[in-house]
Write a protein that binds this ligand. Structure first.
Ligand SMILES: *[C@@H]1O[C@H](CO)[C@@H](O)[C@H](O)[C@H]1NC(C)=O
Ligand SMILES: *[C@@H]1O[C@H](CO)[C@@H](O)[C@H](O)[C@H]1NC(C)=O
Ligand SMILES: *[C@@H]1O[C@H](CO)[C@@H](O)[C@H](O)[C@H]1NC(C)=O
Ligand SMILES: *[C@@H]1O[C@H](CO)[C@@H](O)[C@H](O)[C@H]1NC(C)=O
Length: 956
């Protein structure tokens, strides 16, 4: 699946603020995401009573029978399926949307058994001769009678009990007929709705990963149960049916329907199936052996919003094909869906996306929107090789699948958009994000034991930041120490060997081992340290002695690690390093401590470790070397690669949070920024400084902080003023476009002279001529926000009108966020009231809007009162309107500035007062908010005076 965070990458501080500080928020966010994913319709027609032992809720369930276990027995192996599905895009007499279907699965018996256990979830099975399914034999195999068939709700199985045994080596066919609800629950075969010219349209579409294929038809729903699928879809004449392959023919009977038959698929996993019925249109590219089609709503295709995706697909496929030397695939359909849960899903030959992840409007979309489209496409296409062709045996190794796609998505985009420098962005968007979560004692290893991952909920939990971001960082490190050349040779051999079958991570290690030369231990030994134990080390180099050591890095030094590691939290660390600007031979730190002569330096010489940030670890030095690095930054920062400058800042701030170095030292790494022009170091710094802003923007420290930041950002603001010929042209360089946003946003925030006037001017111009927006899409989020903040009711009302009239979703989102930037309390309170009125703010946008108001220092206390006053009401809507409100995000949003004893008391009181009502999905977030507030109080107490003094000295 595509990554699950939707915030656009360049909205500035938001994401890195998380990375650097609100670690707990990340956890809360991922929980919120899981809740979102878990949202489901309660009143399902398809539920069938469980005739196996009922489970009393209080007694732990002890599995006794084969169908009590979540995993399939291995006695039966599917070979192929015939599946016919008929979704109805009109509701039935009861107002329910339904589908019906028929399936035949051919399977081979490898071990004699009198039980057939196959997944089946929320389907109504039609009785065939008194049973839920009918069995027949192939090639004259004798067929025992069916004794009984039943459904097991808990483990989502259909069980067929036979009177005799199936014979090992023989093949059989199991047929079923069924119906199900085409619900709008985003799972299995589901429906999505949108309006076209005011007319409601319905799409039937699907999301099978991880465990929802069983909700579309009875199947052996595990990734290793690969099979060939012969799909037929029945649908109305004015729609098109899509699935994983090319249609081979369409029959139009005298009935008012079409029957679309698809070519048999390759041997593949059930989670990669896709079935779609829509009247979308498409644009396409047809080359000798490649057909690419981009499907979307007719209007979007007419306006050319699919063109960028079409332009990208061929080069990216071409790149991967050359990269791994495995040819693939002939057909690539990609479709933008109005309702879609993940960012995107790599179904074989039919990739599904959120609209914002596939469609691009050159007039209205920003550079950030464009980069998002390209990275998501690149990620999904990478899965065609890694995941689809070669599939992990079980979900416990999901990280290899998602981590790999995340790593190479940057390489794919780099090939298609070589001027963008995206390869370096992985440090900001994946590594720093992963560092943040993985530094908590509550983290977990990349790879879990197979026995730890059984239930659908446990499988869902695998789709987290660790799997995606840490996975990519660790693979990037592997590629760096083996060299990219060796890495791809091993990779290619692995893909060729295991095409159309399943593996676990040691299969990859073995293939890399065959080519991997020049490493001190086996690939498997080295990688096990990174995949089987959680966390990562901080490597400390004492350049006075040449001593080097590693320890498990924990953001909270008082936290207790309860998870044991058989490797005792020692890693095999490949340390790439330079001395005085000269790259040295890679050093392998294989023990806790070591002594390296060459790392002992004197005089003005300096050491920098983790060159190009290729390793997944943080670095600390003795004070002298820190001083020399900081000196070097201020005299000649370009002596260090930009990503290392970014990482020095990020390491320092995090080492300070962990009390390994002083906060003052961390702040000193930002002193050179007045000379910095590159995006990546700035982004890293602003993300880290955002915690200071949150902690201090209501205190006397803020004056000094503002003055210091003004001094640092002013030159950058001036730089862009010149580069853009006084704000009239867009910087040519991709990263400069991002950094221009940082410059304007921060300059206006800390009142660099000229900034606010600039924004007011643009806003006035737009208000005078609303049909002609003079603000470039890149700068819109920032300019709208400051425009509203600097204005009064007139600006607010204008923005509100523009928001109501916006036709592009992303434009409406920018305006809606901007409305939360007002500094006028009554406007903010009025806006809060709007969030309860679905005719003003759509339900699905309400909680995010409230959260955005709480991000505003003026709005925060208003939201806090608003939420407390209405908690019972909110809670009811949480219970009944499920999924509309993300309470976890709301609570962590409101409380992210909390840093006083009084606020802590209020929070605790809130918990006590509402304990009877409950907190639903916000329960954990509330606990975390209390914990985080406690930590903030401690941090502010320990650091406030020192920070104030330092800033005051430096600001002048
Ligand atoms: C599906 O089609 C393939 C290829 O034509 C065929 O070998 C297979 O038997 C079919 N599957 C079923 C269940 O009929
Ligand atoms: C699958 O469908 C094909 C084509 O309709 C048919 O020939 C074949 O017998 C079906 N297979 C089974 C096992 O029903
Ligand atoms: C499933 O069967 C039940 C009981 O007959 C019926 O009420 C329900 O509508 C059916 N659901 C669907 C989706 O066909
Ligand atoms: C797609 O490529 C064509 C041909 O190179 C180019 O003219 C067009 O501007 C591109 N479209 C987008 C949205 O990048």
């Amino acid at each position: 699946m595509g990554k699950v965070y939707y915030v656009s990458k360049n909205v500035g501080l938001a994401i890195l603020a998380l990375a650097a500080t609100a670690l707990v928020t990340i956890v809360a966010l991922s929980i919120a995401y899981n809740n979102e994913k878990a949202k489901n319709l309660g009143n399902h027609g398809g539920e069938v009573s469980d005739t196996s032992t009922p489970v009393p809720p209080t007694i732990p369930f002890i599995p006794k029978e084969p169908w009590d276990h979540y995993r399939l027995p291995t006695s039966l192996i599917p070979a192929s399926y015939n599946i016919t599905l008929w979704p109805e895009l009109e509701p039935n007499a009861d107002g329910v949307y339904t589908f019906t279907g028929r399936s035949a699965v051919v399977f081979r018996c490898v071990r004699a058994t009198d039980l057939i256990i196959i997944h089946c979830h929320k389907l109504n099975l039609t009785s065939i001769r008194g049973h839920h399914a009918e069995l027949s034999g192939l090639d004259g195999a004798a067929v025992p009678d069916v004794q009984r068939t039943w459904l097991v709700v808990r483990t989502e199985f259909l069980v067929v009990q036979l009177r005799g045994s199936l014979t090992a080596g023989a093949s059989y066919v199991l047929q079923t007929e069924f119906g199900g609800e085409l619900a709008d629950d985003l799972k299995g075969f589901y429906r999505s709705e949108y309006a076209e010219n005011g007319v409601k349209k319905v799409i039937a579409t699907s999301q099978m990963q991880a465990t929802y294929a069983r909700k579309a038809f009875p199947c052996f729903d595990e990734p290793a149960m690969k099979a060939i699928f012969n799909v037929t879809i029945i649908h109305s004449r004015d729609t098109t049916a899509l699935s994983n392959g090319m249609q081979i023919y369409t029959l139009i009977d005298n009935k008012p329907v079409r029957v679309t038959v698809f070519e048999p698929t390759e041997r593949m996993s059930t989670y990669l199936l896709a079935f779609i019925v829509t009247d979308f249109s498409y644009n396409y590219l047809n080359q000798s052996n490649l057909l690419v089609r981009i499907w979307a709503q007719r209007k979007a295709i007419e306006r050319g919003h699919g063109n960028y995706a079409l332009n990208l697909t061929e080069p990216i496929l071409h790149f991967y094909q050359k990269y791994v030397h495995v040819a693939f695939p002939a057909l690539t359909d990609q479709i933008a869906l109005p309702d879609f849960n993940a960012g995107a899903m790599e179904n074989w030959g039919l990739v599904t996306y959120r609209e914002s992840a596939l469609l691009f409007d050159p007039q209205l979309s920003s550079t950030g929107n464009k980069e998002r489209v390209s990275t998501v496409i690149s990620h999904e296409l990478a899965h065609m090789w890694f995941g689809n062709l070669v599939t992990l045996r079980w979900w416990n190794d999901l990280w290899l699948n998602e981590g790999f796609a995340t790593y190479v998505e940057y390489l794919g985009v780099d090939y298609a958009e070589p001027s963008w420098n995206v390869k370096d962005h992985i440090v900001l968007y994946e590594m720093q994000r992963a560092f943040a979560v993985d530094a908590l004692a509550s983290s977990h290893p990349l790879s879990r034991g197979e026995e730890e991952v059984n239930t659908p909920a446990e499988i869902d939990e695998m789709f987290d930041t660790i799997s995606y971001s840490k996975g990519s960082a660790v693979l990037r490190m592997l590629s760096a120490f083996l060299t990219e050349r060796v890495f791809v040779v091993g990779l290619s051999s692995y893909l060729k060997t295991f095409a159309f079958s399943n593996t676990d991570d040691s299969d990859l290690w073995d293939h890399l081992q065959q080519v991997g030369l020049g490493i001190p231990l086996s690939v498997k030994d080295i990688m096990s340290r990174w995949t089987l134990q959680m966390g990562f080390p901080v490597v400390t180099i004492d350049t006075r002695t040449g001593n080097i050591n590693q320890t498990h890095f924990l953001l909270d030094p008082d936290s207790i690690v309860e998870r044991p590691s058989r490797f005792k939290y020692i890693w095999y660390v490949p340390v790439k390093w330079m001395r005085n600007g000269v790259e040295q031979k890679q050093y392998w730190l294989l023990q806790k401590t070591a002594s390296v002569d060459q790392m002992r330096v004197s005089g003005q010489e300096w050491v920098l470790a983790n060159t190009n940030v290729s390793g997944f670890f943080r670095v600390n030095y003795d004070q002298d070397n820190w001083d020399r690095l900081i000196d070097l930054l201020s005299t000649n920062h370009q002596a260090l690669p930009a990503i290392n400058r970014a990482q020095i800042i990020d390491d320092a701030f995090n080492l300070a949070r962990a009390k390994i170095i002083s906060t003052k030292l961390a702040l000193r790494t930002t002193k050179y920024l007045s000379k910095e022009r590159d995006y990546i170091p700035w982004q890293s710094a602003l993300g880290n400084l955002n915690y200071f802003i949150l902690m201090f923007d209501r205190t006397e420290v803020f004056g000094a902080l503002q003055a210091y930041l003004r001094k640092q950002i002013r030159p950058l603001f001036k730089h862009f003023q010149t580069l853009t010929a006084n704000w009239t042209i867009v910087p040519a360089n991709h990263d400069d476009q991002y950094n221009q946003i940082n410059a304007v946003k921060m300059a206006c925030r800390v009142e660099v002279e000229g900034c606010r006037e600039l924004i007011k001017g643009w806003y006035r111009q737009w208000m005078e001529n609303p049909s002609h927006n003079p603000i470039h899409p890149n700068l819109r989020s920032t300019v709208y926000c400051h425009g509203v903040a600097l204005g009064g009711v007139e600006e607010w009302d204008f923005t509100w009108r523009m928001c109501r009239n916006a036709t592009l979703v992303s434009e409406a989102m920018k305006l809606r966020s901007a409305l939360a930037c007002s500094k006028t309390p009554w406007l903010l309170n009025r806006y809060l009231e709007y969030t309860l009125d679905p005719t003003k703010i759509r339900k699905q946008d309400a909680s995010f809007t409230i959260q955005e108001i709480s991000n505003n220092v003026v709005g925060m206390p208003l939201v806090w009162n608003f939420v407390r006053e209405r908690w019972t009401l909110f809670f009811l809507s949480l219970r009944y309107g499920e999924g509309m409100f993300s309470f976890a995000n709301l609570i962590s949003g409101i409380t992210k500035r909390f840093s006083t004893k009084f606020e802590l008391q209020e929070l605790v009181k809130f918990k006590k007062d509402n304990i009877r009502v409950g907190f639903g999905s916000a329960t954990l977030a509330l606990e975390q908010a209390i914990e985080k507030t406690t930590a903030n109080i401690k941090w502010v107490t320990e650091n406030k005076a020192e920070v104030l003094q330092w800033l005051t000295e430096e600001a002048t």
